[in-house]
Structure formats: structure tokens, C-alpha cells
Design a protein around this ligand. Structure first.
Ligand SMILES: Nc1ncnc2c1ncn2[C@@H]1O[C@H](COP(=O)(O)OP(=O)(O)OP(=O)(O)O)[C@@H](O)[C@H]1O
Length: 241
């Protein structure tokens, strides 16, 4: 991959579900170390973009390239391509400990490096003291950090975050913003879907605005904020939500 090749390149992406066009000719890129946010009203197509990037839905047309190569045909190929994702619903194993959860995507490593990576990530996300605690015993913000730790422990080059600030209070959101900024400084590319507009404006280098499956605006936070149509249709609406 040359230094100018985007980490993620989505081009002409169209996805249909039984006649409904969920995504219509969507295109954007995420560069190395760049944080890009997908915003838009409910049903705009944000999660469908994630699912297409993760090979969970098959596009009707268009292409998705990760590090200059076609995205893998199935989600199982994502880990080795340096892609990790968090889920809106967290998807944790509630009866397993924090450490066991974080070890799940690292279980293929036979050399002990998985455990080291997991412990280091728990330290980084202030979860080390809870390593042996069952996830079910944790608060919601802590469970969200476990889900983030599980993704981060794989050392992704492209991290997809699905509503990472959802359900968090101001202090946890500020810590999350720090984590995202640090990842970005380390060269990790981040694509996030988020309704929390202040968080998006704080961490995103660029914002892609979707509506009815189409990209209606794309630019820096200042550019998007200054777009009267975007402000009226999305930011005001979401900020008030
Ligand atoms: N598996 C599916 N089968 C049928 N329709 C679907 C499916 N997944 C999504 N859709 C439809 O595709 C459109 C885009 O949905 P999507 O979940 O991507 O939107 P979103 O922007 O993520 O919404 P939200 O903010 O509510 O999560 C919606 O009309 C939705 O009902």
C-alpha cells in the first residue's frame, strides 16, 4: 500500500434489501490515522455502511477496499486485514470475565502474545483491576470499555465504532475522546457512527452525512457545521434528541 492509499475506500456503494435502497452510490475514504464520522437520521444507512465494510451484507454494486485491497468476502477475513469493530449492542459474553472477553479475538495466537496484548489494553482502558470480574457485574460504561478493549487488543489499523458514546455520561465521553485521539496519533484509522454531535465534532477529522442512503454532505466539522442544509436537517435534529 502506498502512503497515499486510503486505509478504507468506499466507492459507489449501493445496497438494497428486498427492493428498498438502503445505500445509494455512497463513496468516501478514511486515511491512515484519520477519524471519520458517519452521521444522519435514523434509517439513513449508517449501520448498513458498517455491515458492508464488515462483509455482513453483499452490495448490489460498488467497491470496498481496505489498505488498497478488496475487502474480504466474509467477516472472518477482517482480523488478519487489521479491522476491528464494536457493536451497538456490545455483544459481550456476560458470564465470562473481562479478560476472557478481551481474549476472544486473540484466541488464535498460540505464543502468549494475546494475553500480553489483552492485559496491556485493559491497563490502557483502566480495566486492569476488573480483569477477573464477570462482565455482568460491571456498570454499562465499564462494559462499553470492555467492548472497546476487545477491539483494541487486536491492534487494528482500521477501527469501526458503532455509537461508542451512546449511553455514556460527559466524563466517560471525554475519556473516550482521549482514546480516539491517541489511536489517531498512533496511525489507527477510525470510522465511527454516532448520534452524539458534540463528541463527533470533537474527535472527527471529517464527517460524512447520510440521508436516505445518500451522502448529502462531507467535510471537516467546521464545513459540515456551516452547511445550512445539514444544520437544519441533521445537527439541530440530533442535538435536540
Ligand atoms: N437486514 C435488513 N433488511 C431489510 N431492511 C434493512 C435491513 N437493514 C437495514 N434495513 C433498512 O435499511 C435502511 C438503513 O438502515 P440502517 O440501519 O443502516 O440505518 P441507520 O442510519 O444505521 O439507522 P439508526 O441510526 O437507526 O441505527 C433502513 O430503512 C432500514 O430499515
Amino acid at each position: 500500500m502506498s502512503s497515499s492509499t486510503p486505509r478504507l475506500e468506499v466507492d459507489g456503494l449501493t445496497v438494497t434489501f428486498s427492493g428498498l435502497t438502503a445505500l445509494d452510490d455512497v463513496g468516501f475514504t478514511v486515511g491512515d490515522g484519520e477519524t471519520v464520522a458517519l452521521i444522519g437520521p435514523n434509517g439513513a444507512g449508517k449501520t448498513t455502511v458498517f455491515n458492508a465494510v464488515c462483509s455482513l451484507v453483499r452490495p448490489a454494486s460498488g467497491s470496498i477496499r481496505i489498505g488498497g485491497r478488496r475487502a474480504p468476502a466474509t467477516p472472518t477475513g477482517l482480523l488478519e486485514r487489521g479491522v476491528a469493530r464494536t457493536l451497538q449492542g456490545l455483544g459481550l459474553f456476560e458470564s465470562l470475565s473481562v479478560l476472557e472477553n478481551v481474549l476472544v479475538p486473540l484466541s488464535g495466537r498460540r505464543d502468549g502474545s494475546g494475553r500480553d496484548a489483552a492485559l496491556e489494553t485493559l491497563q490502557r482502558l483502566d480495566l486492569a483491576a476488573d480483569a477477573a470480574t464477570p462482565v455482568a457485574a460491571l456498570s454499562y460504561p465499564a462494559r462499553k470499555r470492555v467492548a472497546l478493549a476487545r477491539a483494541l487488543a487486536t491492534r487494528p489499523q482500521l477501527l469501526l465504532l458503532d455509537e461508542p458514546a451512546g449511553g455514556l455520561g460527559p466524563d466517560d465521553i471525554a475519556e473516550l475522546a482521549d482514546v480516539v485521539r491517541t489511536l489517531s496519533a498512533q496511525g489507527c484509522s477510525v470510522l465511527l457512527v454516532e448520534h452524539h454531535v458534540d463528541f463527533v465534532m470533537d474527535v472527527a477529522d471529517r464527517i460524512v452525512v447520510l440521508d436516505f442512503g445518500r451522502v448529502v454532505a462531507c467535510g471537516t466539522p467546521d464545513e459540515v457545521r456551516a452547511d445550512p442544509a445539514v444544520e437544519a436537517a441533521y445537527l439541530g435534529l440530533e442535538a435536540a434528541a
